[in-house]
Ligand binder design. Structure first.
Ligand code: SF4
Ligand code: SF4
Length: 373
């Protein structure tokens, strides 16, 4: 099956061609009005961004989607779930505070924020799935309860999954903390590489699994929850998973969780990927490193596999930027995310999600007519 993915680039020579109007047009072109019924409670699944990073999807752009949902008859609410690690979004109070500090206030975004898994991430429903790893997954209660959903993702790199887009937003993004723990079943280990003893990893580890003695880093593998935070921050590559053993089943578990959030909303769910500020890291880190490619555009589709496949192709088809974390793959066609995280295989997300019946890796890119789309 060939899925349609609608694409708008960023060329703009008039007020009809700014990002807000492009999001509004994509909403129609991708058929999103047909996903929403009169008086639907429509979830707008976002990532509000960890405090300290600033390349999350702007609430000004989210407002364009909120307005279109309302015009289609829905009652939109903005939503996300608690993180597994400590930080600025690990409970609903901190999460709502972070959302407001990042501009996701009713006065800007035009819709209320509801943290979908509740105050302490216990508002959860079990959803049956047929996967290799799970016969049921945990989905945040208010995402499961929503009638329809528009998933808006900042497309970027990730140190474990290669890239993060629509599929990861469904998987990690719609799961409560307990579900995130089930997906992250790998364990960190200290490699041979030298440790300079900066202590950064110890500060970010949510489970107190790391200790430094006389310049030697040790991991308590019983405590480690496999979140990967230590690997993201370590300047020396001292901490790692057993990539070949741990990563493939991790991706599969993630995609089974994505299926759990997706399958109850088939025909009622749409996806935007924003290829703006394509940073090396996900929005869970408290910084925004330099983007690895120039801004590309905005995609919309009802197929989460196709939109992520098209996003990956668009990123790889361009030229990588100098003075970034990109070490390889700068040329057109070069694998940009492996150029940062060589152990990752982002395409595995696409292969396994397609195997699970979530969509198609075969797509047709439909460029917006008019303007420069
Ligand atoms: S992956 Fe690293 S940061 Fe995460 S729990 Fe394990 S040791 Fe701690
Ligand atoms: S972040 Fe890396 S270099 Fe710093 S203490 Fe941890 S393992 Fe050592």
């Amino acid at each position: 099956m060939v899925a349609e993915v609608f694409f708008s680039d960023l060329r703009a020579r008039s007020e009809a061609e700014n990002k807000v109007t492009r999001l509004r047009r994509l909403f129609s072109e991708a058929g999103f009005p047909q996903l929403i019924r009169e008086r639907d409670l429509t979830a707008v699944k976002l990532h509000f961004g960890e405090r300290g990073m600033d390349t999350f999807v702007s609430p000004v752009l989210v407002r364009a989607v909120v307005d279109r949902i309302r015009e289609a008859g829905g009652r939109p609410f903005l939503t996300d779930t608690a993180t597994l690690y400590s930080g600025s979004r690990s409970n609903a109070v901190d999460h709502l505070t972070t959302a407001v500090l990042h501009g996701f206030d009713y006065s800007v975004a035009g819709a209320p924020v509801i943290i979908a898994d509740g105050l302490r991430s216990t508002h959860v429903v079990e959803v049956p799935v047929q996967g290799r790893h799970f016969s049921r997954v945990l989905v945040a209660g208010d995402i499961a309860a929503a009638d329809s959903m528009i998933v808006i993702s900042h497309y970027k790199g990730h140190n474990l999954t290669g890239f993060g887009g629509a599929l990861k937003n469904l998987a990690m993004g719609c799961a409560p903390a307990a579900g995130k723990r089930e997906m992250h079943a790998a364990k960190a280990m200290a490699a041979e590489a030298e440790c300079q003893g900066c202590g950064t990893c110890i500060a970010v580890c949510p489970s107190g699994a790391l200790s430094l003695t006389a310049g030697t880093m040790a991991v308590d593998r019983d405590r480690c929850i496999g979140c990967g935070e230590c690997m993201t921050v370590c300047p020396d590559g001292t901490l790692e998973f057993d990539w070949e053993v741990d990563l493939p089943p991790f991706i599969e578990r993630m995609m089974e969780y994505a299926l759990g959030a997706f399958q109850g909303k088939k025909g009622r769910i749409g996806f935007y990927n924003l290829l703006l500020s394509v940073t090396p890291d996900c929005d869970c880190v408290p910084w925004s490193d330099a983007p690895i490619v120039p801004d590309i555009g905005i995609l919309a589709s009802t197929d989460p596999v196709a939109i992520d496949a098209a996003s990956l192709d668009l990123v790889n088809s361009g030229i990588g930027l100098p003075r970034t974390l990109l070490r390889h793959g700068h040329d057109r066609g070069g694998d940009k995310f492996r150029g940062i995280w060589p152990h990752t295989d982002g395409e595995q997300q696409l292969r396994y999600a397609e195997h699970l019946g979530m969509g198609s890796r075969t797509y047709r890119l439909v460029r917006l007519e008019g303007g420069k789309g």
